[in-house]
Design a protein around this ligand. Structure first.
Ligand code: SAH
Length: 285
């Protein structure tokens, strides 16, 4: 079925002037947190031209339908506690495909340079002499909060946001992090991969003086049809998350911006829910 002239001219406007995917190149592309409406034009432009796609566990497979049929599509997922392709094998595969002259799209969830090993993979490409481009994506810590109706900043609440990961490459709570410093200096804390050690993390924050009544939320499968949001307090979020059986992928937010959700759950509203409170923190009064 051919595209109508209207569609053709529309695609031309959208994609004209965007870069051509040269054979032998690797593009590291961020796919956003899930909702395909959050893909960038650069990402779709890459999908339309790729000869080979190597994608991660957190990429929604439905997004692959933007690609041409009959190309190489390989899964290279890495998820904590589940079978995963070794990072070294992934790097070697990208290099191999590129050296075969393919246009290689390395497709990653969220943003490739945020807790996504995009930096590591790109450095390996540099070492192997493979040219590459990076397409940023909307990271779960930004897009996920937005889809939960939680603004990452609000002028009356915070002037800074901290992104951190709840476990390091050994699977333990990151020892390199100064938890006291974070508790004191980070007004709003957005945590990736933090479900496993949530009890330990919240305890460390409270031990360092953080208010147990501060707002806290878990957002899992953000921006997908399976999105779930749990709101609680710093003192109770770990137990509440455990009891709710919420599963990763999840973002955890600590900070009073969470309390704004009662008034800002735009997605719930779009799905027929009611916005309950217009000024939950009493900021305007
Ligand atoms: N590069 C990705 C992060 C990869 S690390 C990004 O920029 O978003 C994987 C972690 O990201 C998950 O364990 C989870 O903490 C978070 N994450 C990714 N997608 C998510 C989603 N749709 N909903 C909630 N958390 C998500």
């Amino acid at each position: 079925m051919s595209n109508s002239p209207v569609q053709d001219s529309y695609s031309q406007i959208l994609f004209d002037g965007l870069p051509e995917f040269e054979p032998g190149w690797v593009w590291l592309v961020g796919g956003g947190p899930g909702d395909r409406g959050l893909l960038t034009l650069h990402a779709v432009n890459a999908l339309r031209q790729a000869d080979a796609i190597v994608y991660d566990a957190l990429v929604d497979k439905a997004l692959l339908s933007f690609a041409r049929p009959d190309i190489i599509v390989e899964y290279a997922g890495k998820r904590g506690g589940r079978p995963s392709s070794k990072q070294k094998d992934i790097n070697l595969r990208l290099i191999e495909l590129a050296k075969e002259g393919k246009r290689v799209l390395r497709f990653k969830g969220g943003d490739p340079f945020i807790f996504g090993r995009g930096g590591e993979e790109a450095l390996q490409l540099v070492e192997a002499g493979v040219p590459f481009r990076v397409v940023p994506g909307i990271t779960a810590g930004i897009g996920g909060l937005c889809y939960a109706g939680i603004p990452a900043t609000h002028r009356d609440i915070n002037q800074s946001v901290t992104f951190l990961t709840g476990h390091d490459h050994t699977g333990e709570m990151p020892t390199a992090l100064d938890w006291d410093g974070i508790a004191k200096g980070s007004q709003v804390i957005v945590m990736y991969m933090a479900m496993k050690h949530l009890h330990g993390i919240t305890k460390k924050l409270m031990d360092a003086g953080r208010d147990p009544e501060e707002g806290a939320a878990v957002i899992c499968n953000a921006s997908t049809p399976r999105q779930e949001v749990l709101t609680s307090t710093l003192a109770h979020i770990a137990d509440d998350a455990h009891n709710s059986n919420m599963e990763p992928p999840a973002i955890v937010v600590i900070g009073n911006v969470v309390k704004l959700r009662d008034g800002l759950d735009w997605l719930g509203f779009a799905n027929g829910g009611k916005i309950l409170v217009s000024d939950p923190l009493g900021i305007k009064s």
